[in-house]
Design a binder for this molecule. Structure first.
Ligand code: C2E
Ligand code: CA
Ligand code: CA
Ligand code: CA
Length: 271
């Protein structure tokens, strides 16, 4: 918390020469050193192509190097700085994805603390308006924990976002203890099967049949399904065979900064 606060708004609004910089400067980079990396999502459909990308925040610390979100998001949630970080992440992702040549969606992670904030929907609305990014290309990833407790408000927030055309993805699906009831209670557009299930594919009969069932369930409910954390070809092959459309994991590509031309950076020969 101290480290985040220390660096303050040092770089905010420093470069305002381009319209893009002006727009980004509206949301001062809270630590002065946050950056977004992107992990592409792949789809098999007459050959492989990229069907989306997930924005993942990192904090570049002058001495400690690149710091993973799990190491600073919890502190930011506690201190309330998460709201400022979240606005910066969303604005940056909208600006970045606007420059991509295809109209694939960009997915942004939102913490339960952000979702519960009364200004969240209006912040999202304003950032979309100011960046001109189409709501229909934005996916917001929420975890089940965001839906527990005060779930009436959560339902209203998700409804408002969906009414704007934003898609909602239920992240880390299966790790909560009441995933199915959340699925029925909250309308979501996508389920992301947690990496812990994917990693047990082929080694645990339960995990294997659970994954097939989730994919079937998604199909029958008209919900898109992404499998996360695919590291092995055997996992990829199984998921394709049981009809999982969207695949994400180190096997395909790791999260990385955008290429210097502003586009996603992944190996074209993949997978
Ligand atoms: P997540 O949303 O479940 O993101 C997936 C995490 O798994 C990422 O870690 C990603 O780098 C990693 N991953 C992807 N493919 C593989 C794989 O094949 N194998 C393995 N072992 N790992 C893989 P990362 O980037 O460290 O992010 C961790 C978590 O931090 C995210 O989990 C998300 O909950 C949170 N997070 C990331 N960016 C943001 C953000 O901008 N805002 C908020 N509120 N949370 C964020
Ligand atoms: Ca996610
Ligand atoms: Ca996840
Ligand atoms: Ca996670």
């Amino acid at each position: 918390r101290i480290l985040l606060a220390q660096s303050g708004h040092a770089r905010a609004g420093q470069d305002s020469s381009s319209p893009e910089a002006t727009s980004a400067a509206k949301e001062p980079n809270p630590s002065g050193a946050l950056e977004l990396h992107y992990q592409a999502v792949f789809r098999e459909d007459d050959g492989w192509h990229v069907s989306g990308a997930e924005a993942l925040v990192r904090w570049r610390h002058p001495e400690r190097g690149l710091i993973a979100p799990d190491r600073f998001i919890p502190m930011a949630e506690e201190s309330g700085l998460i709201h400022e970080i979240g606005r910066w992440v969303l604005r940056r992702a909208c600006i970045d994805a606007s420059a991509w040549p295809s109209d694939i969606p960009v997915a942004v992670n939102v913490s339960p603390v952000q979702l519960r904030h009364s200004a969240f929907v209006s912040d999202v609305e304003r950032i979309l308006r100011e960046t001109g990014f189409p709501a229909t290309r934005l996916e917001i990833e929420v975890t089940e924990s965001a839906l527990i407790g005060g779930s009436k408000d959560a339902a209203r927030t998700l409804e408002a976002l969906r009414a704007m055309g934003i898609k909602i993805a239920l992240d880390d699906f299966g790790t909560g203890y009441s995933s199915l009831s959340h699925l029925l209670r909250f309308e979501v557009d996508r389920i992301k099967i947690d990496r812990s299930f994917v990693s047990r594919l082929g080694r645990s009969a339960e995990a294997t049949s659970l994954i097939s069932s989730i994919i079937q369930l998604g199909r029958s409910l008209g919900i898109m399904v992404t499998a996360e954390g695919i590291e092995l070809e055997s996992q990829r092959d199984f998921l394709v065979a049981v009809g999982c459309t969207d695949l994400q994991g180190f096997l395909f590509s790791k999260p990385s900064p955008l290429h210097e031309n502003g586009c996603l950076d992944y190996d074209e020969r993949l997978p």
